[in-house]
Design a binder for this molecule. Sequence first.
Ligand code: HEM
Length: 293
Amino acid sequence: MFLTLMPVIERFPFIADLLFKTPASKAAIDDFLRLQSYCNEQRDRHIAEMEGVDRARDYIEAHLLYQRDQPEMFNNTRLTMAVSDLFVAGTDTTANTLRWAILYMIDNPDVCEKVHKEVVKAIGNDRLPTMQDKAALPYTQAVLEEVNRKASLAPMGVFHRVVDEVTLANSGGWKLQPDSICTFNTYAIHHDPAVFPQPEKFLPERHLKEDGQFAASPHLSTFGLGKRACLGESLARMELLVFFVALVQRYSFSLDPEDSRTMWQLTEDPSFSKGTVLRSPPLHKIVFKARNI
Ligand code: HEM
């Protein structure tokens, strides 16, 4: 995902020069280089420890075994890039979704209390949640789905390059030419009133069936669409459910009383969104108060 700008840079190489010049991009690039060097260290540590190993015990070992058999396809550079990609794609995304979830719980305390009630009924207070609890938490799942909709974490998806000419359905014959760059406007889909009435409101009920069971919306594209959709969707959904439930089970949340910004400034003000790929809230502190359990 970090490389999402590559197709644009390939076409307009001067953008790369500009990017290197701004302090914010330099900081991002420095961070990425640090991550790459960490991944290289991990690779070297695995190489040193896997003499005689012919059955992979983790992803890096699996890649290294493929490198032995298919060096034309798998090499050290690809391994470093793949592991870095998993870090970038798999950490900021889930962590920022949790930040959104907590902000929306502060903004919608009645929803948060309903989640807490469901969690205590399904799990109690004596143990942490597991994925086995998922079926007993339909309202909580609907809340997380609404967090995904409202937050629209990757608001413009990720850029893709068209390989073959494509004719768009219901467009009067509009064609996308090979090599054009395309993306889809997730934020607009998630806020389309024809699909999600009163899109500005946080309404978990829109993801519940009449019998109260959770129904994933076919219109959400939180994790992208098609063959190149998010590789980590099921892991992300698992992490989000378990972490979110554990937090609501044990704590209530409020904004730092010293922070004078409004909830609108923290969640909607368009001027805060400075990232290229992720829509994350501006930095803020949260007060966690332990519930009496
Ligand atoms: C809330 C959490 C997450 C969100 C919202 C999210 C969202 C996305 C989106 C929108 C894409 C682009 C899909 C497209 O181009 O159509 C993507 C791709 C990807 N994601 Fe995630 N993601 C999340 C968590 C994760 C996790 C936990 C991992 C792995 C540990 C992961 C790994 C990837 C990878 C490897 C790709 C590139 C897939 C490809 O190009 O074939 N993601 N993700």
